[in-house]
Design a protein around this ligand. Structure first.
Ligand SMILES: Nc1ncnc2c1ncn2[C@@H]1O[C@H](COP(=O)(O)OP(=O)(O)O)[C@@H](O)[C@H]1O
Ligand SMILES: N[C@@H](CCOP(=O)(O)O)C(=O)O
Length: 287
């Protein structure tokens, strides 16, 4: 059995902790078979190879009586880079439990479990459902709504350095002044409306008007301002900090993506660049 989970790009600017999009970069979890102990083969650096691995820990939270299995993980999602690697592991673990224990979990239940674990739905919900998703917690449960897919390429500028979400969240203030909070919320609300209309000129302007997190994280990702400036000059819809960074995501028409990449290279921005597309399927299982 093989479980596929897409990467995800969260926030889209002011949609902090509530908007995210699944993208065409994947984690593959191959279930080799039953084993005496949990065993996770991967090429993902110093991540655990046993029951301490986040995939196994998540699966055992969902189905504590699972018997140990030999697993193999192949993932193109860079860890601690703002592309939802932790969420891909959580979603893979939930689906592993779902399949091995024959739980028959609904998408809504998967979103609820994953969001409870992650603490926010903006990565896990699109990783489960696919597409562009808006969600939050209300009355002690999570809910997520799919929005129309933006018809653009997603050019990911992926700096080489790591930025753990925990560190990037530590840079955020404990509170916002009332008027700033209400304005930041209004910007996010209007972004959601523009995404559903759709009106991507308005959406793009609002995606670059975040007041919740990007300003506090700018020092951690110094490339953001420069990439945004170059992207503006090359007709991009918007550029935003993908999740907690350091990946910087630009929405741009397909026929303009190559010009943007050339301009980034010309400005000595020489880190990894991937041209991604929205993933529409979310988590899938090939039995
Ligand atoms: N493929 C994976 N398998 C197991 N655990 C993973 C995997 N990817 C990420 N993780 C876990 O998630 C942590 C990174 O989470 P985080 O800092 O939120 O980075 P990201 O921005 O990539 O989600 C890793 O330290 C590891 O504990
Ligand atoms: N809303 C979160 C999103 C974290 O995304 P990740 O891909 O960096 O895990 C945040 O901005 O902290």
């Amino acid at each position: 059995m093989k479980i596929q989970v897409p990467a995800s790009s969260a926030n889209l600017g002011p949609g902090f902790d509530s908007i995210g999009i699944a993208v065409s970069m994947y984690l593959h979890l191959i279930v080799v078979g039953p084993s005496n102990e949990w065993r996770v083969d991967h090429q993902l650096g110093n991540l655990p190879h046993d029951r301490q691995n986040m995939i196994v820990k998540t699966a055992l939270k969902v189905a504590p009586d699972l018997i140990p299995h030999h697993l193999k993980v192949e993932s193109a999602i860079p860890v601690t880079h703002g592309l939802g690697s932790s969420s891909s592991a959580i979603v893979a673990g939930i689906e592993l439990a779902n399949q091995l224990a024959k739980l028959n979990l609904s998408d809504e239940t998967k979103v609820e479990i994953a969001s409870q674990i992650e603490g926010h739905p903006d990565n896990v919900a699109p990783a489960i459902l696919g597409g562009l998703v808006v969600g939050t917690e209300v009355n002690d449960h999570f809910t997520a709504v799919k929005a129309p897919l933006p018809p653009f390429d997603l050019v990911a500028y992926i700096p080489a350095y790591n930025l753990a979400t925990k560190k990037a969240r530590a840079a955020l203030p404990n509170e916002l002044a009332y008027h700033q909070a209400t304005h930041a919320s209004a910007v996010a609300n209007t972004l959601v409306a523009a995404l559903f209309k759709p009106d991507y000129a308005v959406a793009g302007e609002l995606m670059e008007a975040d007041e919740f997190h990007e300003g506090y994280r700018a020092a951690l990702v110094p490339e953001l301002a420069k990439v945004r400036e170059i992207a503006h000059d090359h007709g991009a819809v918007a550029t935003y900090l993908s999740g907690a960074g350091p990946t910087i995501m630009t929405l741009i028409a397909h026929d303009k993506a190559a010009g943007l990449i050339a301009a980034l290279r010309n400005d000595h921005l020489n880190d990894r660049i991937e041209v991604l597309h929205p993933d529409q399927a979310g988590v899938t299982v090939d039995k």
